[in-house]
Write a protein that binds this ligand. Structure first.
Ligand SMILES: [Zn+2]
Length: 69
């Protein structure tokens, strides 16, 4: 008797990364409309004139910008 067991459905391990990716995609969708999820970066950063500024980074797409005060 040569019976081989098959899994027609993907395992949970295979589904998990997809789920996480779609969550990120949802965030990136917001980014495309200009709604970035800005998070203040730690430490001091210098602007083009060498002045210390605060930087913001989008946690979804990684875009950075100078925080304007
Ligand atoms: Zn973004």
């Amino acid at each position: 008797m040569t019976e081989t067991k098959r899994n027609p459905l993907p395992t949970e391990d295979e589904l998990e990364p997809k789920k996480k990716k779609s969550e990120l995609d949802e965030k990136a969708q917001q980014c495309r409309h200009g709604f970035h999820d800005w998070v203040e970066k730690e430490g001091e950063h210098l602007d083009e004139q060498g002045k210390p500024v605060k930087m913001l980074k989008c946690s979804a797409c990684g875009k950075e910008k100078v925080k304007s005060e």
